[in-house]
Write a protein that binds this ligand. Structure first.
Ligand code: SF4
Length: 390
């Protein structure tokens, strides 16, 4: 997540609830992308540090758990930068220029000069962020799928260029032999089925077989994965995009909730402030007077009911609104209560973390150590195959 500072309900519903779920299903790495922040904020870096702390406090408050996931700050793991540099050697410029967000963002942020090397290269930095952990899946929204695709292309090119070490075939043959007669026969049959007939399920079965092998090394396994794909050893595995459900959280004015639109409820909002923001929300313009009927479809408050209310409440809103049986303030009351109920425990936990900055610091430093260990192992192998093994 880019270092953009304190988070709001849009982030909570769109990202953090997913993270809190994913951390129990996968080995997860979540980091503050402070270098990514600099790609657009390089003229004004003063707020990045504060934004980073705010982000981590809000993650912890929203239920991201350092006991289940690894939390760290990108710039504290400088291995990301080295991998970015090494990958830049093999990445054609045209791959970066055609990433859809490159032109889009330049258009949208016209007031900034984004004709920089760092801005063009940020999808490659993202690729390094992912590949350095040899990540299997990357939780993203639909707008980021192109970046994961670029990451896959870069990994493929890298493996193609550097994966075929001298003696690869012999090493593969030895690894297959180590699997024992029966298992190696199954492996070879499935490999043939995949390579000759394109049978994806045969590929899956062979991969699972390799994964289950107890008496071959991790390096052997990687060679066998590469062998199955018909290439060399897979040094940087290609990740998949894990499409998480899109955020349905609208802003107070019905547009997407966003800091730049000023239509948000922050995760640290006081109950009184939640109430006053929702009371001031615009409603169906047709309801000029209490006695004028309205249509929920023209009202941002209805979008909140879709997120927070049960069926009975929604029926009450529909009937009351279209018949002018209820006033807009009556209608907003259950929304105010539901949002307060959601935000209050998060706000209280955030306050506790703010009172204890040492704890937050130690979460990050432990996470950073853990991340570096994995990043170093990948980089060592990358350096070696690129001829930088001194
Ligand atoms: Fe919107 Fe509710 Fe008022 Fe209808 S009654 S206009 S849904 S706030």
């Amino acid at each position: 997540m880019r270092a953009t500072g304190r988070l709001h309900l849009g982030h909570y519903h769109g990202v953090l609830k997913n993270w809190a779920r994913l951390q129990h299903e996968y080995e997860c790495f979540f980091f503050v992308a402070d270098w990514h922040g600099l790609t657009t904020e390089y003229e004004n870096p003063g707020s990045i540090e504060q934004h980073t702390w705010d982000l981590v406090v809000d993650w912890l408050a929203a239920g991201v758990n350092p006991g289940s996931a690894t939390l760290f700050v990108q710039s504290q793991v400088p291995e990301h930068a080295e991998l970015h540099l090494l990958l830049s050697m093999i990445t054609p410029l045209s791959w970066l220029e055609r990433v859809p967000t490159y032109k889009d963002q330049q258009e949208k942020l016209k007031e900034k000069d984004l004709g920089t090397y760092g801005f063009l290269g940020y999808p490659l930095l993202q690729a390094a962020d992912i590949l350095i952990y040899r990540a299997g899946q990357v939780p993203v929204g639909a707008d980021q799928v192109a970046h994961v695709e670029l990451t896959r292309e870069v990994a493929r090119r890298f493996n193609h260029l550097y994966g075929r070490e001298p003696g690869f075939e012999e090493a593969v043959a030895a690894a297959i032999k180590k699997m024992g007669k029966k298992q190696s026969r199954i492996y070879l049959n499935h490999r043939r089925q995949y390579q000759e007939q394109g049978d994806e399920s045969a590929l899956e079965t062979a991969r699972a077989l390799v994964q289950d092998q107890q008496n071959i090394t991790l390096g052997d396994k990687e060679r066998l994965y590469g062998d199955l794909e018909g290439g060399g050893k897979v040094i940087l595995p290609e990740p998949q995009a894990l499409l998480t459900p899109a955020s349905r959280m609208p802003g107070l004015d019905g547009q997407k909730m966003s800091k730049s639109y000023g239509n948000f409820i922050s995760l640290r909002e006081e109950p009184g402030e939640v109430e006053s923001k929702i009371r001031r929300m615009p409603t169906d313009p047709a309801r000029v007077r209490r006695s004028d009927p309205g249509d929920p479809e023209n009202c941002p408050v209805w979008e909140f009911h879709k997120v927070y209310s049960d069926d009975a409440t929604r029926i009450w809103v529909r009937e009351g609104c279209t018949s002018a049986g209820i006033g807009c303030l009556d209608c907003k009351k259950p929304v105010i209560e539901a949002v307060q109920e959601e935000v209050e425990p998060i706000r209280k936990r955030a306050e506790e973390h703010l009172r204890n900055p040492d704890l937050v610091r130690s979460v990050l430093s432990d996470g950073c150590e853990e991340a570096r260990e994995q990043a170093r192992a990948t980089l060592e192998e990358v350096r070696a195959v690129m001829g930088l093994h001194y």
